[in-house]
Write a protein that binds this ligand. Structure first.
Ligand code: PLP
Length: 341
């Protein structure tokens, strides 16, 4: 690899904990920030872990959308945070609920995935992005904008990131996992420089130096101009899969409630209240369809009617077959339940 020939002596050595400088520069340019405002680490989840250490003490409240990414909820809880959910609507978080929680609970941060959210696929409207920045400044909490799916837009027009609305209260997280390779473990954060320095200190105390080979390869890939064409290719592959899932849901699970995403990896489906998804999951597994437990995405005790349906790793035929099986199971179970009266 050219990077190993040209800069091999750099990427094979320990390196400052904030990450490989040429990659920090490349990312900074892409997001209109200074390289010193960028930290690159071993995946964005590791940065979430560092941020939770830095910004919270055990017992502090952090807010997430309800539902939200299950692994992020786990990380926040493991640090001792009290995780509360802000209900998610089809155009993003419930503004009134966020304001009430911000006033009452004085959260340290609100973790939000504004583009093609994991697990629902919902995108936060521009009006809500703008309101979020106002609320964060008024009630003094950080916004953790986690945006790894942003480039995977298949329909509609792009909205500005919350980070680009120029607030000192917004931290931007993203990753090469969805647009290049999850195994490389390269994720990054952008935020105020003093905070980046504090995070770099935690990173240094944790691992001295992040994985330079992964960061060197990511940089070389970007420098050669390969990232844009790869994203275009992924969009072409994933768009028909989203369409296939949406039409299969209309056909086989007409009773379910969901919002059609404009991009990303997932559609989040709410089944009718009489369904029991625990039983459905067990029976679906027997029929070769593996579903994740919807309750993991909800910080409070709901989520038993929720299914996260990932569509990127399957062909349209596999997606249709899977949804047809779930639909026939759901119908049989609904008949069983009404039969029991
Ligand atoms: C919202 C969100 N954030 C972060 C990640 C993980 O990113 P990384 O591989 O950079 O740790 C994922 C992966 O599923 C995700 O959905």
């Amino acid at each position: 690899m050219a990077i190993l020939e040209r800069e091999g002596s750099v990427v094979l050595q320990y390196h400052p904990a904030a990450g490989f400088y040429p990659l920090r520069e490349w990312l900074a340019q892409r997001h209109d920030a200074a390289p010193e405002a960028v930290l690159v680490s071993n995946g964005s989840l590791q940065i979430e872990e560092f941020l939770t250490q830095l910004l919270t003490s055990p017992g502090d409240v952090v807010l997430v959308e309800r539902p939200s990414y299950d692994r992020a909820i786990t990380i926040f809880r493991r640090a001792g945070a009290r995780v509360l959910g802000v209900p998610l609507e089809s155009d993003g978080f419930d503004v009134g609920a966020l304001e009430n929680l911000a006033k009452r609970e004085k959260p340290k941060f609100f973790y939000i995935i504004p583009d093609f959210q994991n697990p629902t696929g919902v995108t936060t409207s521009l009006a809500k992005r703008e309101r979020l920045v106002e609320l964060a400044e008024r009630y003094d909490f950080w916004v953790l904008e986690d945006n790894p799916y942003r480039d995977l837009r298949y329909f509609g027009g792009e909205l500005p990131t919350v980070f680009s609305l120029h607030s000192e209260k917004v931290l931007y997280l993203s990753s090469f996992s969805k647009v290049l390779s999850p195994g490389m473990r390269v994720g990054y954060l952008m935020g105020p420089e003093p905070l980046v320095q504090q995070l770099a200190k935690i990173a240094e105390d944790t691992y001295v130096s992040p994985n330079m080979i992964g960061q060197g390869v990511a940089y070389e890939y970007c420098r050669r101009g390969w990232l844009g064409p790869n994203i275009d290719r992924l969009r072409e592959v994933y768009r028909p899969r989203l369409e296939g899932l949406a039409s299969a849901l209309e056909e086989y699970l007409a009773e379910a409630r969901w919002t059609k995403p404009e991009g990303g990896f997932f559609i989040g489906v709410y089944l009718p209240p009489e369904m029991d998804t625990s039983l459905l999951r067990i029976r679906a597994r027997d029929m070769g369809v593996v579903l994740s437990d919807g309750r993991g995405f909800f910080p409070e005790s709901d989520g038993h009617l929720f299914l996260r349906l990932p569509f990127c790793a399957l062909s349209v035929e596999e997606i249709r077959e899977g949804i047809a099986r779930i639909g026939s199971l759901a119908n049989t179970m609904a008949i069983d339940i009404s039969g029991r009266g």
